[in-house]
Ligand binder design. Sequence first.
Ligand code: ADP
Ligand code: ZN
Length: 527
Amino acid sequence: AADNQTSVDSRAHEVLRETFGFQQFRGSQLAIIRSVVGGDNALVLMPTGGGKSLCYQIPALLRPGTAIVISPLIALMRDQVEALTHNGVRAAVLNSSLDAETRRQTLSDLMGGRLDLLYVAPETLLSGFMLERLSEIPLALFAIDEAHCVSQWGHDFRPEYMQLDLLRERFPGVPRIALTATADERTRREIEQQLLPDGGQTWVSSFDRPNIRYQVGVKHNGRQQLLQFIRQRHAGDSGIVYCLSRKRSEATAEWLTEQGIEAIPYHAGLPPEVRRRNQERFIREEGLVVVATVAFGMGIDKPDVRFVAHLDLPKSMEAYYQETGRAGRDGLPASAWMVYGLQDVYQMRQLLAQSQAPLAQQQAERQRLDALLAFCESPECRRQSLLAYFAEQHDGNCGNCDNCLEPPATWDATEPARKALSCVWRTGQRFGALHVIDVLMGQANERVRQWGHDKLSTFGIGGELDKRSWQSLFRQLLARGYLQADAEGHGRLKLSEGCRGLLRGEESITLRRDAVPTRRKASGTAA
Ligand code: ADP
Ligand code: ZN
C-alpha cells in the first residue's frame, strides 16, 4: 500500500507540473487527491481561489474512465473546459445551450472514451437519457461543484441538487467529491447528509485571506467617501464597487469617471454584448473600476483586483465574504472597504420582507443579515469575527483590519438607549428614527406638535447627545436587534422582544463611537 501511495504522489506531481504547469500543491490538495484517487468520497470546503478544481481534475486524470463534473454555472464550465483543453486535457461541456451537432459530437466522444472530463449542468445529468449513457461507460468520479446549492437553508438552493443522491445508488463504487466555498456548519451538515450519506472525508481549509484588509465605516456621503478611499489608497488600481441597484451602478460609474477614476457599470440589465465587453475590459485592462450589482463576479477570475468596495450592504455574511474574496487573489495586499448607514438597514430589511420565499427561508435570510449587521457594528477584530462566523478560530488580533489598526472608542450607552426605547414606545411605535430623535431632542416642529408629542414625558429628555450621535445610537440598536423596522420600508420603529432587559435597567449596553468624518479641507491648509 505504501508503494501504491508513493506512486500516486509521484504521478500527481507529474500531472501538476506537466499538465498544469505548477510546482507545488497548495494546502490539502495532495491529501484530497490521494483520497479520491483511492476511491473515497470527499467534501472539500475551500475559499474562493483556494484551488478546488485541481482536487478533482487531477484524480480525473489518474483514475480510469471519464470524470463527470456537475456545475450550475454555464459560463464557468465553459471557462474551465477552455483552460483544460488549452493544457491538453480532453474536456467538454454538455448543457442545454449547445447546438445539435456539437451535442452529438460530444456524446460520441464521451461514449468512445475520448474524454477525461465532462462538465454537465445538473438538469442535463439527471435526464433519463444521460443517466443511461453514463451507466454504459467507465467513470472516474463525480465532482459536484457549488455543492452548497443542495442546502435549502442557503441562498443558492437548487432543487435538482437534491436529486443528486441518486448517483450513489445508480453508480456504486464511483467516488463523489463535493466542493464548495461556503463553510458554515449548517450548510456543511446538509451537504454531508444529502450528497455523502455513505460517508467520506471532509476537508476544511482555512478561510482566512490574510492579505485582505477589512474596513467598515459609517456612511455619511457614500460616493465622496469612496472617492477619498480610492484616491488615498488605491489610485490607479483595479477594483470592484458593489451597489444594490442597476441605476446606482450606472450613476456611480459615470460620477467616478467624471472625477477622474475610470469606471464602467456592470449589471444584469445591460445588453449581453455590453456586459461581455465590460467584463472583458475589466479583466484585460489595468486600473479599471467596475461598479456592479451582485450579478457580477460569479466566475470572475482576475487575480489582481486590489479592492472591493461596498456602497450598499451585501445581504449576508456569506455574500460579504464571497464578494470581498474577489480582492487580492494573487496574494498581494488588497482592501475590502464598506460604508453603511441607518438607511441601508431599512432598505435591506425591506428587501427581505418583500421576499416571496418560504417562511423558513425568509427567517434564515433575516438571521444572516443580522449576523452581518452585528459584524459591522462590532468593535472587535474583523478577521476574528468573520472567521468565527465560519466556525474558524483566529488566534489573536489580526493587525490588518480597521478595528485592529485603530481600535474604535466605545461608550456606555445604557441611559440614552433606555430613553430612545421608551420614546419609541411613547410615540406609539409608528414613527421613524428621525421623528423620535426630534422628540427626544425637544424639537417642537409642526409634525411633533401635530401628534401632540411635545406633551410626552419623553419630550426633550435627550439633550445630552447631538443629532448624529442619536442616529448612530438608533442604527446600532436596530443592527443589534433591540429595535425592528417595519416590513413596508417606512422605517417605522418597533421594540423587539429582546429589549426588555435594557428597558428595565437590568442590562447595560456598550456601543462603538462612530468615527467623525474628516472634513474636506480648503486647499492650501496644512493637514
Ligand atoms: P477555486 O475553484 O477554489 O475558487 P481554482 O481552482 O479556480 O479555485 O484555483 C484558483 C487559482 O489558483 C487558479 O488560477 C489556479 O490555477 C490556481 N492554483 C490552484 N492550485 C494551484 C497550485 N497548486 N499552485 C499554483 N496555482 C494554483
Ligand atoms: Zn483585525
